[in-house]
Design a protein around this ligand. Structure first.
Ligand code: AP5
Length: 318
């Protein structure tokens, strides 16, 4: 009885946090919540696992069970702490070329599993906006569609995954992007006895990507992403040539102006795709022998892509 009410409470927290997050994404994680609210998310897996443990302990007396599972405080924080300390982290890579849908579907995985999405692209863009040392180094390379140096991005990720909101796991979006980065990731995870648990590969032909990338508009503060054709903002108006009227490109939630990324141009896309095929795709072969790579057809409507992602996330799909 105690377990089920605790589980219900935890599940409610997941749902309400997810609802909050869908209206307030941060720029540095492409996710929806502040770091504080995210750190209090308990993944549904934890709730379910707590249920499994309780069944296994069915011979214990009721109060012994309570002590074993929750300590004397019988609260969700105690369960969180237990799972954060003794269970492996769920470490996922969302893989795919520019425009494949990593930023579109990552937040949904985040909401469903309650683990945070870490976008190196968003982190670097935040550093560029804030004119930090890293940002000053990265700005020109990013605008031209090149790759920022391995040292910089590895350093960013190394620090970020130590944050409390990563304690149950995290979704990497845009990292690793080179074999050097994947080896550095494996090494930093191995240091804690962990490893990458799933790679979701969003597969899509290059020809489709220019339309997706060049039609994308974003709300800078929240990271919300729109598309003139596939996901237009509510206020969008078209001129006589069928192009969007700049003043009408407003965020659905805040009414604030949308913008286009400086690297979302046909010229920069050519370079981004070159580095994707030359340096990033080999990462798939690096992880395939572990049986953790799941391919998703990203060249279909968003609902179809999401359906395949859900299947790929299941353990049986490995
Ligand atoms: P980053 O921000 O990671 O960009 P990217 O990988 O090029 O990915 P995108 O954000 O462009 O694509 P996405 O897959 O998220 O597409 P989205 O879902 O928005 O990196 C930017 C730069 O930072 C790099 O070029 C590099 O310089 C640097 N960098 C970052 N990480 C680095 C690293 N590890 N090492 C070195 N340098 C690094 O979708 C696109 C559009 O399509 C949207 O408008 C969306 O509405 C639409 N759309 C999505 N899905 C569908 C669908 N199924 N049907 C129709 N439309 C769709």
């Amino acid at each position: 009885m105690l377990l089920s009410s605790t589980a219900r409470l935890a599940a409610r927290r997941v749902v309400s946090t997810a609802a909050f997050r869908s209206s307030a994404r941060t720029a540095t994680t492409r996710s929806a919540a502040s770091a504080d609210s995210r750190s209090s998310i308990m993944p549904l897996a934890v709730v379910a696992a707590a249920g499994g443990l309780a069944l296994g302990a069915s011979r214990m007396r009721e109060e012994e069970k309570t002590q074993c599972l929750f300590g004397t405080g019988s609260n969700t924080e105690a369960i969180e702490e237990k799972f954060a300390t003794y269970w492996p982290r769920n470490i996922m890579i969302l893989f795919g070329p520019p425009g494949a849908g990593k930023g579109t579907h990552g937040p949904k995985i985040e909401d469903m599993l309650g683990i945070v999405q870490l976008s190196t692209g968003d982190m670097l863009r935040a550093a560029v906006s804030a004119k930090t040392e890293v940002g000053l180094k990265a700005a020109a390379v990013m605008k031209a569609g090149g790759l920022v140096s391995d040292d910089i991005v590895v350093g960013i990720i190394r620090d970020r995954i130590k944050e409390p909101d990563c304690k149950f796991g995290f979704i990497l979006d845009g990292f690793p992007r080179t074999l050097v980065q994947s080896q550095a990731l494996d090494k930093m995870l191995a240091d804690e006895g962990a490893c990458v648990t799933k790679v979701i590969s969003l597969d899509i032909p290059d020809e489709v990507l220019e339309e997706r990338i060049c039609g994308r508009w974003i709300h800078k503060k929240s990271g919300r992403s729109y598309h003139v054709k596939f996901a237009p903002p509510k206020a969008m108006k078209l001129d006589n040539n069928g192009n969007p009227v700049l003043e009408s490109m407003k965020d659905n939630e805040t009414g604030e102006p949308l913008m286009q990324r400086p690297d979302d141009t046909p010229a920069a896309l050519v370079k981004r795709l070159q580095s994707y095929h030359g340096e990033t795709v080999p990462i798939l072969n690096h992880y395939k022998p572990n049986g953790i790579v799941a391919a998703v057809n990203a060249n279909q409507g968003m609902d179809g892509v999401w359906g395949e992602i859900l299947k790929a996330l299941k353990r049986s799909a490995q």
